[in-house]
Design a protein around this ligand. Structure first.
Ligand code: GLY
Length: 404
């Protein structure tokens, strides 16, 4: 306890030191993304199968490993999303065509029952950006249908959306993972764009229930919360992709920061803003010097273990939004932190550069399963280009709120 107090005091002192501006050349970083997207498209060939989505590249490879768009391929929406952000950045009509084609191959997911909660990742990163940038009515219709499908996984007794129907038995009940916070944005959007108000209510209740059970007193989160399906009672917090049930998995904490920032934007309820700040502080005070987290903050092998560039990209993007809602000092601190993350990600250490056509190296997917350790992973690239576009908007207009 005494150690914890000293540590907290030291961290508070560090945070109160004068801020040092870290340069990030957004235009040059977006030019880099543009070059990498063109390399990727060239690698995918002139006779593309638009149902095959770039997913990852291993450290000893230079080619995208693609997976077929399917209900259980949770990452299939990120590559179309990268292309839409690339189109937003360049306004290149050829990129728009590619974005449209890859996006269209996901439509079938709006026409079938939910496999699991990942529908938000799948359909909002793709169709959400597609609608935002084109206003095409067909895209709106598809998102609305998908939001209704996602809502079928909501359990009103528990007050959350079920993440993995297939693991109810294995995990001992209704399971909700922190990642599920990201899927709420599609429900909020649908409720404002022709869908039922019930979708808004589900998203708010999910965020409240998660806030109550999914976090430890210090603001760090479990990856998975398990509830009794019938009574709704919270049973336990545990991990799936983290080091242990009591550890803090970096990307889980990143999803929490991003998720509660979104929930505050959509509700304007201060309790969500205060919570977003709390989970952010719990993340920032655990970062190493270069602001890129190890895959789990509590892996005893640190520093001899893998980083997770994807968590850094998610948090950089989230902080650039969150800084708009907080007092001036906190905002400057969040911008500074986001800028340091983006500066590290743009360094030779994290850039894929000429080694491979992805934007970033050094993400960790599912370390306990031995999967995607120290890889380039498509969601790192998605949140990286999103963060760069948010920083560009902030630099130009002091405003990044051109959200979906
Ligand atoms: N389960 C989604 C993730 O790896 O973050």
């Amino acid at each position: 306890m005494q150690f914890f107090k000293i540590l907290t005091g030291t961290l508070t002192l560090l945070w109160s030191l004068p801020l040092v501006a870290v340069p990030v050349d957004v235009d040059s970083d977006l030019d880099y993304c543009d070059a990498q997207v063109h390399k990727s498209l060239a690698q995918l060939g002139s006779d593309k199968d638009y149902t095959m989505m770039p997913r990852n590249i291993s450290p000893d490879d230079s080619m995208w490993h693609c997976r077929k768009a399917s209900p259980d391929e949770w990452c299939a929406g990120f590559w179309p999303g990268v292309l839409w952000y690339e189109y937003e950045s360049t306004r290149d009509a050829a990129i728009k065509k590619e974005a449209e084609r890859y996006t269209a191959s996901l439509e079938f997911l709006s026409q079938r029952p939910a496999f699991d909660h990942d529908l938000g990742f799948l359909m909002f990163c793709s169709y959400g950006n597609a609608y935002r940038l084109t206003g095409d009515e067909n895209y709106r219709r598809i998102i609305l249908a998908t939001a209704d499908t996602l809502a079928t996984l909501y359990n009103p007794k528990v007050g959350t959306i079920l993440s993995w129907p297939r693991y109810i038995e294995m995990l001992g009940g209704h399971n909700t993972i922190m990642d599920n916070m990201i899927n709420l944005e599609m429900l909020f959007w649908a409720s404002k764009n022709g869908g039922s108000h019930r979708l808004y209510d589900i998203a708010v209740k999910h965020a409240e229930t998660t806030m109550k059970h999914h976090f430890r007193p210090d603001g760090t989160c479990y990856h998975v919360a398990v509830y009794d399906q019938k009574s709704g009672k919270f049973i336990k917090g545990m991990t799936h992709q983290g080091y242990s049930d009591s550890s803090t998995w970096a990307r889980g904490q990143a999803w929490a920061i991003y998720g509660y920032t979104t929930v505050y934007r959509e509700t304007h309820n201060k309790k969500f803003l205060n919570f977003a700040k709390k989970v952010t502080e719990a993340y920032l005070c655990r970062l190493p010097d270069d602001y890129i987290p190890y895959w789990d903050f509590d892996d005893p092998a640190i520093p001899d273990t893998s980083r997770d560039a994807s968590a850094a990209a998610v948090v950089a993007s989230a902080l650039l939004e969150l800084q708009q809602y907080v007092d001036a000092d906190t905002a400057a601190r969040y911008r500074e932190a986001a800028t340091r993350m983006l500066a590290s990600l743009a360094s030779d250490k994290y850039r894929s550069g000429n080694r491979r056509p992805s934007f970033l190296d050094h993400s960790t997917g599912h370390r306990p399963a031995g999967s995607e350790i120290d890889y380039s992973i498509i969601y790192a690239d998605y949140y990286y280009i999103e963060a760069l576009l948010r920083l560009k908007k902030y630099n130009e207009h002091k405003n990044v709120l051109a959200t979906l």
